[in-house]
Design a protein around this ligand. Structure first.
Ligand SMILES: Cc1cc2nc3c(=O)[nH]c(=O)nc-3n(C[C@H](O)[C@H](O)[C@H](O)COP(=O)(O)OP(=O)(O)OC[C@H]3O[C@@H](n4cnc5c(N)ncnc54)[C@H](O)[C@@H]3O)c2cc1C
Length: 385
């Protein structure tokens, strides 16, 4: 095995989630010497619903996910605290369901095949900027790199070490995987439940997996302590209170809310959750993790000033989506908590809302484009900002 400590790497990527694995693959494909360092032993579990919308697959270049797919979803089932239930179906598949240990390992294997060196169980302990290079301390010694791609997630320390204030935590999410009875598995086959009504905003979800269900709640951070109870109540409403729990985990989610929140400094770029690139409507982040990896690697490979090029690209391609998703989220959750009956009736009968959402999930449209069709959208966006 090569000794990765003796070499000056073109890039060291910190964190083997979707952002880090995608960045390592793309850099290696382009011939850059790339080391991917992951804190945990791979494959590692990540608290996540594991919903991978079709738009994420597009960003992954149309990658065939069949070897790691736990099923596909084309139907969204909406309820409010388990009541007023209705279903809407998309003509084309909306999302793939994955287990994050297998999915992330799949992406990491592709980086390895492209020529990246991967070290797992290798937490980075510090990063120091020197002249023209970075020095990283790991448990196994010091590593040097020309560029750093920090993809170490919502709780990763690299942004702090680099003196880049990362987006603050703005929601808490809690996920359990349950060995559900056959009838429940059959009921949710190809369908995801979204349960609304949580204050001030948030939702519960059921995502079907092979032989189990992922059930969880995402809520405002001040509800972090009660999120476990909310999840238990949700499980009861679903008739799953006695189902065996296979996995239980919580995790914060961060949201970048303006072009001014830093995503880079010199030759160090923050990717995915490390930069707060998750959206406030669905709380999803895998699409933005992959998108940011694409933009970061392009900036690093093509620009003399990767930090400026990456910042511009994030502000052009990702931030407008995060801003639009936040406006949509505020409007939607405000309606659902203020006039629940009316909001549910309206969303049931206005099919346009559903086709717009499905277009975004499939990658045929964007939140920003759909929001711009709404009368008064500029006013709404200004009010939310
Ligand atoms: C409960 C929950 C449910 C969610 N459901 C969905 C969903 O259904 N669909 C969706 O799109 N998004 C979902 N998200 C969001 C999604 O999980 C994240 O946006 C996504 O994982 C971000 O990917 P990433 O590569 O940026 O970071 P991560 O996937 O978090 O990967 C970061 C990696 O960095 C490693 N690391 C951290 N520190 C160090 C260090 N010092 N040295 C080396 N390695 C380090 C970590 O071990 C980790 O492997 C959910 C989030 C939560 C909390």
């Amino acid at each position: 095995m090569r000794d990765y400590r003796s070499q000056l790497w073109d890039a060291v990527v910190i964190g083997a989630g979707p952002a880090g694995a995608t960045a390592a693959r793309r850099l290696s494909d382009a011939g850059a010497s790339t080391l991917l360092l992951e804190r945990q032993s791979l494959p590692r579990y990540k608290a996540c619903g594991g919903g991978v919308p079709a738009r994420t697959v597009q960003l992954l270049g149309g990658l065939d996910l069949s070897s790691v797919s736990e099923g596909r979803v084309d139907t969204i089932d909406i309820s409010r605290f388990g009541r007023h239930q209705f279903r809407k179906t998309s003509k084309k598949p909306l999302a793939w369901m994955v287990m994050r240990d297998r999915f992330d390992q799949f992406l990491t294997d592709m980086a390895l095949a492209a020529g990246a060196m991967i070290e797992d169980a290798a937490p980075v302990q510090s990063v120091v900027a020197g002249s023209g290079l970075y020095e990283l301390e790991t448990e196994r010694g010091r590593v040097r790199a020309r560029h750093i791609l920090a993809a170490d997630g919502a709780t990763g320390p690299t942004a702090r070490w680099l003196g880049i204030a990362a987006a603050p935590t703005r929601s808490a999410a809690y996920e359990v995987e349950v060995a559900a009875p056959t009838a429940a598995l059959e009921h949710w086959r190809r369908a995801a439940n979204v349960d609304v009504g949580y204050r001030p905003w948030g939702y519960g979800w059921v995502f079907p997996k092979d032989g189990k269900l992922s059930v969880g709640v995402v809520a405002a951070p001040k509800h972090g302590r009660s999120i476990r109870k909310q999840t238990d109540r949700y499980l009861s409403r679903l008739g799953l209170a006695d189902a065996r729990l296979i996995n239980v985990q919580g995790h914060p989610i961060r949201y970048r809310r303006s072009n001014d929140e830093p995503v880079a400094r010199d030759r160090a770029l923050l990717l995915g959750d490390a930069a707060g690139l998750a959206d406030e409507f669905t709380a999803e982040g895998i699409a933005y993790a992959v998108h940011s990896a694409n933009l970061a690697t392009d900036a690093l490979l093509r620009s003399d000033d990767p930090a400026a090029a990456y910042r511009d690209a994030v502000n052009t391609w990702i931030q407008p989506e995060l801003d639009a998703a936040r406006t949509i989220s505020r409007l939607y959750y405000w309606c659902v908590t203020s006039w629940p009956w009316l909001a549910l009736k309206t969303s049931k009968h206005i099919n346009y809302l559903w086709s717009a959402f499905f277009r975004v999930m499939r990658g045929d449209s964007t939140y920003a484009d759909e929001l711009s069709r709404l009368p008064g959208h500029q006013l709404a966006q200004r009010a939310v900002a």
